[in-house]
Design a binder for this molecule. Structure first.
Ligand code: CTP
Ligand code: CA
Length: 220
C-alpha cells in the first residue's frame, strides 16, 4: 500500500458517494432503519475530494458532520435515494456506502397509528436495488463501487454480490469484531474486484484513502 495520497487521481471526475442509513416511515412518528452512522461513506467522500474529485455526497440522517466544501444532498428513504442517484447517474465514479433499507412498509399511515387500533403485523415490500440498477445501466468507463455487509462467509458472499450486481469493486465489511462495522471509528475491509483482492484495516479515514489510492492508482 502506498501511504501518501496520489493527489490528482480523480481530478475533473464527478464522484457520487452515498452514505448513512435510510428511514422507511410506517407513520409520521415511526420508521424502520439501521445503525449506520455514515462515517465510512463520509470518509470515502473526503478521500475522493482529496484526490481531486468533484464529489457529491448523497446522505441519509448521519451522525457525523459533512466536510466543508462538499456538495451534499439529504434524503430520507430508499426511494428518495434511488431517485437522487438516478439524477446523478452520469458520474464517472459512484460509491454506494449507504446502508439502504431492503424493505419498506407496504402502506404508510398519514396519521399516527394508535395502540388500541393497531394491527400488530406489518406488511413490507422490497425496495429497489440501486446498485443493481447502476450495474445494469452502467456507462462507458464508469467505475461502480459497492459495499457488502455480511455476518458469515464474508468473502464468498461478497464475491457473489459483486458479480450479481455487475459492479467493478465490492468492499466487504467485516462486522466480526467490535472494532469494525457500524458506528465505529475503525474498520476492516476486503476490497475485491474480478481479479484482485486486498485487505485494509484501521481508521475509517485512513483506509478510505488507501482504498481509493489502490483502485485509482495501482489498479486503474
Ligand atoms: N444497496 C443498494 N440498494 C439496496 C440495497 C443495497 O444499492 N436496495 C447497495 C448498498 O449500498 C451496498 C450494496 O448494495 O453498496 C450491498 O448491500 P448489502 O446490504 O450488503 O447487500 P444486499 O444486496 O442488500 O443483500 P443482503 O442485504 O440480502 O445481503
Ligand atoms: Ca441489504
Amino acid at each position: 500500500i502506498k501511504e501518501n495520497l496520489k493527489e490528482g487521481l480523480l481530478t475533473n471526475k464527478k464522484v457520487v458517494v452515498t452514505a448513512g442509513p435510510t428511514r422507511e416511515f410506517i407513520d409520521p412518528v415511526r420508521f424502520i432503519s439501521n445503525p449506520s452512522s455514515g462515517k465510512m461513506g463520509v470518509a470515502m467522500a473526503r478521500a475522493a475530494q482529496k484526490l481531486g474529485g468533484e464529489v457529491s455526497l448523497i446522505h441519509g440522517p448521519i451522525q457525523v458532520p459533512i466536510p466543508k466544501g462538499l456538495s451534499s444532498t439529504e434524503i430520507t428513504s430508499a426511494h428518495d435515494l434511488f431517485e437522487e442517484v438516478k439524477k446523478q447517474a452520469d458520474a464517472e465514479v459512484i460509491i454506494m456506502a449507504a446502508a439502504v433499507a431492503d424493505f419498506t412498509p407496504a402502506d404508510t399511515s398519514d396519521q399516527k397509528v394508535k395502540k388500541d387500533q393497531a394491527d400488530t403485523s406489518l406488511s413490507l415490500q422490497k425496495t429497489h436495488d440501486i446498485l443493481s440498477w447502476l450495474g445494469k445501466n452502467k456507462q462507458n468507463g464508469q467505475i461502480l463501487i459497492g459495499f457488502a455487509m455480511e455476518t458469515e462467509n464474508l468473502i464468498e458472499q461478497a464475491k457473489k454480490k459483486r458479480a450479481r450486481k455487475k459492479i467493478d469493486w465490492i468492499l466487504a465489511n467485516s462486522i466480526a469484531s467490535k472494532e469494525s462495522g457500524f458506528a465505529t471509528d475503525k474498520n476492516t475491509i476486503i476490497a475485491l474486484s474480478e481479479e484482485y483482492q486486498q485487505t485494509f484495516s484501521g481508521d475509517k479515514e485512513i483506509i478510505a484513502e488507501q482504498i481509493l489510492n489502490m483502485i485509482f492508482g495501482d489498479k486503474a
